[in-house]
Ligand binder design. Structure first.
Ligand SMILES: [Cu+2]
Length: 107
């Protein structure tokens, strides 16, 4: 866990140090720079405003890769993606629940 965090920091550092030189818009770089998580949409439920995501490790919450259900902070986020889409997303813990606060489709 700590080792992974150190690796993440090591990768991000050059971006911070030389933003103009090394800025790269690829989702991989964005994911690392913004602390966002990669995932794949498995299910979308507009009725309950929930989305099932198969996600990679979420370092800030010490969570490994898994498939789980999240609520979204804004229901309109669910209109931007479809089942099977690869995404990057950010979550926040609100009242004990993990809520997706931003969501972005990878090309
Ligand atoms: Cu999870």
């Amino acid at each position: 866990m700590l080792k992974k965090l150190m690796q993440a920091l090591f990768i991000v550092t050059p971006l911070v140090a030389f933003p103009a030189l090394s800025y790269d818009k690829s989702p991989i770089f964005l994911a690392q720079a913004d602390g966002m998580t990669e995932g794949e949409v498995r299910k979308i439920d507009p009725e309950t405003q929930k989305i099932t995501i198969k996600h990679g490790p979420i370092v800030k919450y010490d969570m490994g890769a898994m498939t789980m259900v999240f609520r979204v902070s804004d229901p309109s986020m669910l209109n931007k993606v479809a089942v099977g889409d690869k995404i990057i997303f950010d979550i926040e813990k609100t009242g004990g629940a993990m809520v997706v606060v931003s969501l972005q489709k990878m090309n």
